[in-house]
Design a protein around this ligand. Structure first.
Ligand SMILES: Nc1nc2c(ncn2[C@@H]2O[C@H](COP(=O)(O)OP(=O)(O)OP(=O)(O)O)[C@@H](O)[C@H]2O)c(=O)[nH]1
Ligand SMILES: [Mg+2]
Length: 218
């Protein structure tokens, strides 16, 4: 089964650890336990006929512990940028996290999702849905407003990015298929060349022989 690395990034306290715990273990805690280093949890999921062995990486949002994050970001297939919709600064800092992801991965290949978390606290919402969507469009990301507390849109957040990954891989397979076909055509051309070679050699021999025959001393 395909192993797929997913990484969650964003400012401290936006709810990265809570989203992962809710998605993988269906659990939530009010208590805040700071993430100090990269940590991973595994989950198997099925989307249609495709099975994924997800390796979901949690990272530290706190500035003091960010230095190690780059190591964990590498080779990700999916990155989920998280902000807290009740905290404007966490939204304004998304550019920093986007750059980190792009600088450690292949920009054209990584799938990006954006999560505006803590949607249960809608009375305190300071980042509007429109602002979130606009930023998602700008960075070509899928977008969901989530609540790790209520398990709201958590599964669909992951399903959305996985579906996008499936789509991307299908397109790549098609391109590879076309390339392989082109290679086969080239091989056939080579084959033709090779079969022609002995013929032209023979033709040369025949000409030489003729010359020998014809070149008699009479
Ligand atoms: N109301 C509400 N609280 C949440 C939600 N998600 C997380 N929290 C709370 O927000 C606090 C921070 O959550 P974490 O998941 O630890 O945040 P984090 O992004 O992992 O933070 P760092 O590890 O410092 O980077 C905790 O007290 C959580 O209980 C949510 O959807 N709604
Ligand atoms: Mg954490």
């Amino acid at each position: 089964m395909q192993k797929t690395k997913v990484i969650l990034v964003g400012e401290s306290r936006v709810g990265k650890t809570s989203i992962i715990n809710q998605y993988v273990e269906s659990s939530f805690s009010d208590e805040y336990i700071i993430t100090l280093t990269g940590d991973k949890l595994a989950k198997e999921v099925e989307i249609g006929d495709k099975k994924f062995n997800l390796e979901i990486w949690d990272t530290a949002g706190n500035e003091q512990f960010r230095a190690v994050n780059k190591i964990f970001m590498k080779n990700s297939k999916i990155a989920i940028l998280v902000y807290d919709m009740t905290d404007k600064r966490s939204f304004e800092e998304l550019g920093y996290w986007y750059d980190q992801i792009i600088n450690t991965n292949d920009k054209d290949n990584i799938i990006i999702g954006l999560a505006g978390n803590k949607s249960d606290k809608y009375e305190d919402q300071v980042v509007s849905t429109e602002e979130g969507q606009k930023y998602a469009d700008k960075i070509n990301a899928t977008f969901k407003e989530t609540s790790a507390m209520d398990h709201e849109s958590i599964d669909s957040l992951f399903n959305q990015v996985l579906e996008k990954l499936i789509e991307k891989e299908k397109k790549q397979d098609k391109i590879e298929g076309i390339k392989d076909k082109d290679k086969d055509i080239d091989k056939d051309k080579d084959k033709d060349k090779k079969t022609n070679e002995p013929f032209s050699l023979d033709a040369k021999k025949i000409t030489e022989k003729k010359d020998d025959d014809g070149g008699c001393g009479c």
